[in-house]
Every structure is written in C-alpha cells, then in structure tokens.
Write a protein that binds this ligand. Structure first.
Ligand code: CP
Length: 333
C-alpha cells in the first residue's frame, strides 16, 4: 500500500482485510515489525488523538517518529500557489514536503479545509498538492473532506461491538460554537455506506452535505447493498437506530460566511444529543463521536457518561487500525 488517503480508494474486501490485519496485530503484537523504519508526521492543524495514536502505534511496532507542527519550533509553512511570501510563512510546502519525505519511510499529513471555497475544498485542492509533492507512502491524517483513519477505526469499532453490517446508522448534525469542516461527516457517511448499512444523514435545513459527497456515498451503498438517505425529521431518523453518530459541521450553504452561519445556528441549540433521543432507537443503540466533543453543546453529559457512549473505545481503536495501515505500508504485507 503506497497511499492511504480515502477509504473509497479501496474495495470493500480490501478494507475488511485491513481490519482483519488490525485484529491480528491486536491479538498478536509484533513489536519489532517496523524496526529501522521512520514515520514523519506533519500537522498543519491541532490534534490529540491522531498525533498521539500514530506515535504510539509506530513505537509499538518498533519504528520511530518525528513530528513537525509549523510555527511551533519550526517555520510557518505557506500553502498557496504563487504566493508572494512576505508574510509570516518562511517556507513553502513545495520545499518542506519533499524535504520531510526524504527523511522518512512514510509521511502523514493533516491539512484541514481552508473553509472559504466549497468547490476547492470538496475537490481536495490543498491535499492534492501535498500528494503530488510527496514521493513516499502517504497517509491522510485529515484533509478538507476526508478522515480515512477515523473512518477505519469507526468501522472496526462497530465490528467489535457486533453492530450488524445492515444495521441502521444515523449520523446526526450537532451544534458547535463555530462551523467545523466536512471531513469527518463525509468520511463517516462513506464508511457506513461501504459497510453496507442503512445510513441516515439527519441534519437541520441548511446543513445538507454537498452533492459530490452524497453521490459518492450513494455509489458506495449501491456496491455494498446498503442505502443512504437524508432527512430533517429527527423522530423518524432515530427510530430503530443501532448507532447515533454525532458530528458538528459547517453549513455548505453559507460556506465561508461566519455571520450567516451564526444566524443559522441561533435556533439550533436543541441539536445536542440527549438521553431522550434514544427513546425509540434500538435499546442497545450506541453513541459514537470522533472527539473532541463539546459537552452539553454537541452531546449532553448524561449521554457521554452513559454506557451507550463508545467514544473512548473509538479513540483507542484509532491506534489499533493505524498500526495495520503502517504495517501494510511499510512491510508491504
Ligand atoms: N478524531 C480526531 O481526529 O481527533 P484529533 O483531532 O484529536 O486528532
């Protein structure tokens, strides 16, 4: 495996095979598998889980890691093509990426959406530039509209919890003080569709995911035997759900317009997952969230602190599945 950028780049059977490798490595650790190998991590944006789980996973396989967080002990990086670099950024990614790649055997990069131009972000303009500059195996640590490592961990978590492959999976928009990127909702819808689930995107008016994201998920569902629908009707969406996946995202309708977004959110305070949301779900229904989560804004304490919540286990599984990605990438096995 040379690139891990999007679950959609893989066949469903290939994803399942990777999840099988993750389970084998979890049951039978291989602490010297990647001895002598070096992973480089570039974080253009903050992280807790992705940063720590990749470092821990690489070390548990016997490899080493270096981390670059631009502006925090290293140069600020410019990403714009044709920029006149007379501002704070001292170095362009056109130099930084090949230099970093020359020091490591695989490179992971986090670069969020710019959040100004929906078309550019949906087309992954920024991450495509990174990919073109990197001649080493490359891992997407979260790009404008993708987070494949999170999606892989979430699939693994559902398998572990025996959530049926044909189960009802509701991804619900939840509130946040500001517009967040589309990466996790896009990757999550794709993942659940590829898994073959009955996927419902529950969101208020103004928060429909971009057509390109939904069309891609529909194609995945068609191939897997699942289906994808969207609704604003919370009661019908939650009925019989086996998973409620809470996620915050910005309005594609008001992309890059913070004032319009703020106005739209004023009446949406009740989009915070409460215990009452589970009245008509499957009794065993789980609450998933990729973290970080704003307590009592996106999800109430009463849900996060209940046995429904699997958010800590989901986060742990980031490390488990990423070890499989690293193993496959760096051992070619
Ligand atoms: N879920 C996730 O990617 O967490 P971090 O942003 O903390 O890495």
């Amino acid at each position: 495996m040379q690139r891990f950028l999007d679950l959609a780049d893989f066949e469903r059977a290939e994803v399942k095979d990777l999840l099988g490798l993750a389970a084998r490595l979890q049951q039978h650790p291989d602490p010297h598998a990647l001895a002598g190998k070096v992973l480089g991590l570039l974080f253009m944006n903050p992280s807790l889980r992705t940063l720590a789980s990749f470092q821990s996973g690489m070390m548990r396989l016997g490899g080493s890691v270096f981390v670059v967080t631009p502006g925090q002990g290293t140069w600020q990086l410019e990403t714009r093509n044709g920029a006149v670099m007379n501002g704070v950024a001292a170095e362009h990614i056109k130099e930084a990426i090949p230099v970093m790649a020359s020091y490591c055997d695989a490179l992971g990069v986090r670069m969020f959406a710019e959040g100004k131009n929906l078309h550019a972000d949906v087309n992954e303009t920024g991450f495509k530039m990174i990919a073109d500059l990197c001649d080493k195996p490359l891992i997407n640590l979260e790009s404008a509209v993708n987070h494949p490592c999170q999606a892989l961990a979430d699939w693994y978590t559902m398998d572990e919890l025996n959530v049926p492959e044909r189960g009802k999976f509701v991804i619900s928009w939840v509130n946040h003080p500001r517009a967040l990127p589309l990466a996790v909702p896009s990757a999550t819808v794709q993942m659940a569709a590829m898994r073959g689930m009955e996927v419902v995107v529950l969101r208020p008016e103004g928060y429909a995911l971009p057509d390109a994201i939904m069309e891609k998920a529909h194609r995945a569902a068609k191939a897997s035997g699942g289906n994808v629908t969207e609704t604003t009707d919370r009661a019908s969406a939650l009925k019989g759900a086996q998973v409620v996946y809470a996620k915050e995202w910005g309005s594609p309708q008001h992309y890059g317009d913070a004032e319009a977004e703020t106005r739209l959110r004023e009446d949406l305070m009740d989009w915070c997952v409460k215990d009452s949301w589970f009245k008509h779900t499957d009794p065993e229904c789980r609450l998933m969230h990729c973290l970080p989560v704003r307590r009592n804004v996106a999800v109430d304490d009463e849900v996060l602190d209940s046995s429904r919540s699997v958010v800590i286990h989901e986060a742990f599984n980031r490390m488990v599945v990423q070890m499989a990605v690293l193993y496959r990438m760096l051992r070619n096995a």
